[in-house]
Design a protein around this ligand. Structure first.
Ligand SMILES: [Zn+2]
Length: 354
């Protein structure tokens, strides 16, 4: 007998998309994710059921405590993104960078960027190959390897020397955030950094949907908004010891050979860190079946998650990983609102049924 799909609180895809676009437009490279953490904190501050706090490392923890005999659960998603830092101020006044996280320089070639100076100013610029001009370098403009040595930030300020760039307030160690270039068309959201801001928006939209329906989670839940995931240790701290289950909400890898797509949610059963927790993964699949949530199962070949970071830090919990399909990850990414809605429903089902 097929199960009749149980119903979930209504989600608001427009709200989800609007919040996501605002979050995408808030720069938050790993190490300087505070503006995005503050934005999520502000958004959640209207829900009196949530008690909000920051870890000493700067992550946001939102606890929704309810009366229940069941041990608390946690969900995590990360606001930090790929980015860069100024490595050197070159004699020509341009900037050499060092990458933050798994940034691929070919994916940000010619992208606009913001340099955040240590004196609180912002300087605009763009990342180019240092053999950028076709009329000056000919074939070399194409052949140059796109790496840290061969690329530079050209500042939109009058400078032709290291001294003039320093006079702008720029110093070695300043953060660089690349423009996300967000566009929403026919339900597709195209932007950098959907990994993992899409899932942060999913958690916020799920909390809102539950509240609007006048419901509460079936047991106490910790929402952990991580700020150091892209460098591998985001959720290593900040999950309270009483938590028994951790659902990591992060992007699903879309591409040839993958099951994931931009219209379903995916549960990842194994990635570079090995298998996820069998029992918790099965529970999530049952929830998806119960509520008729469109989902795929998948394996990610080059991938590690914040749930695994907590495991490596000694976290004694069951860990599972679900998320929306993101095409061209760590590149100019894209997903569809259907995938975000499916993931939000899955989170709601977990909050209500687990
Ligand atoms: Zn991620």
């Amino acid at each position: 007998m097929p199960k009749t799909a149980k119903s979930l609180p209504a989600i608001d895809p427009q709200y989800l998309t609007d919040f996501l676009v605002r979050l995408l437009n808030t720069p938050s490279p790993t190490g300087m994710a505070e503006p995005a953490i503050a934005m999520v904190e502000q958004e959640l501050s209207e829900y009196k059921e949530l008690s909000l706090s920051r870890t000493r490392k700067g992550a946001l923890v939102a606890a929704w405590n309810v009366e229940s005999d069941a041990p608390p659960a946690a969900l995590t998603a990360h606001v930090d993104t790929l980015g860069a830092m100024v490595k050197a101020i070159k004699p020509n006044g341009r900037l050499q960078i060092t990458r933050i996280g798994g940034l691929m320089l070919n994916a940000v070639e010619t992208e606009g960027c913001q340099v955040f100076t240590s004196n609180g100013k912002q300087v605009r610029g763009s990342l180019l190959s240092n053999t950028a001009s076709a009329h000056v370098f000919g074939a070399k403009a194409v052949e140059t390897k796109r790496d840290e040595e061969n690329m530079e930030i050209r500042l939109d300020a009058v400078t032709g020397s290291a001294a003039e760039t320093e006079a702008l307030g720029v110093r070695v160690g300043d953060y660089v955030a690349f423009d996300p270039r967000v566009e929403v068309t026919n339900g597709f959201i195209r932007s950098r950094h959907l990994d993992d801001k899409a899932c942060v928006a999913v958690l916020v939209a799920a909390i809102r949907a539950l509240k609007k329906a006048g419901l509460s989670p079936s047991r106490s839940v910790i929402f952990h908004f991580s700020n150091y995931e892209e460098v591998g240790h985001g959720a290593a701290a900040g999950i309270p010891p009483g938590v028994h289950e951790l659902v990591t909400v992060d992007m699903a890898a879309v591409g040839p050979g993958q099951e994931s797509d931009e219209f379903h949610a995916t549960i990842c059963l194994k990635d570079s860190g090995g298998p996820y927790h069998h029992g918790l993964s099965n529970k999530l699949r049952e929830i998806a079946e119960t509520y008729g949530i469109p989902y795929k199962t998948d394996i990610y070949p080059y991938y590690g998650s914040d749930g695994e970071a907590f495991w490596h830090a000694g976290g004694n919990v069951a860990v599972a990983l679900i998320g929306p399909g993101i095409d061209a990850s760590h590149n100019y990414e894209r997903t569809h609102v259907d995938s975000l809605a499916a993931t939000t429903k899955w989170v709601l089902g977990y909050l209500m049924d687990s």
